[in-house]
Design a protein around this ligand. Structure first.
Ligand code: SF4
Length: 122
């Protein structure tokens, strides 16, 4: 999570349905780190992690996306599975191209590129 926040600060933004939400969240955290906006600055990585983890306990790391799982009710498959209140995503059922809780980071690019190449060979 800290790595992704640092990427955001460097201008390396996520893609995917949840990208805007995550970017807005990072912007709100970054605003709190700015001394002119917030007199009480949070400079250590521990303080920063405390702010970041308010959004989600931890991102769930998938091979092709990160799942931020902030709201189980937004995961359609949990409704279909009859477990809309579970506290963990069912990552094996992930549909990251349509889920508003999914983001794609630069580290996921090789997986998507390989998939695209396989599709082109068919
Ligand atoms: S579809 Fe994927 S990104 Fe969305 S909640 Fe499920 S596991 Fe997370």
């Amino acid at each position: 999570m800290l790595d992704e926040f640092r990427n955001y600060q460097q201008g390396v933004l996520p893609a995917g349905p949840g990208a805007r939400s995550l970017t807005e969240f990072f912007a709100s955290i970054d605003g709190r780190l700015d001394p002119p906006v917030a007199p009480k600055t949070q400079r250590s990585d521990r303080d920063l992690l405390n702010l970041l983890t308010k959004r989600a306990k931890v991102p769930h790391l998938g091979p092709a996306n990160y799942c931020w799982f902030t709201d189980p009710s937004r995961a359609l498959y949990l409704k279909l599975a009859g477990t809309p209140t579970t506290d963990r995503p069912l990552v094996w059922m992930c549909d990251s191209t349509r889920c508003p809780q999914a983001t794609h980071q630069p580290c996921h690019r090789p997986v998507w590129a390989e998939h695209a190449q396989r599709c082109l060979r068919r």
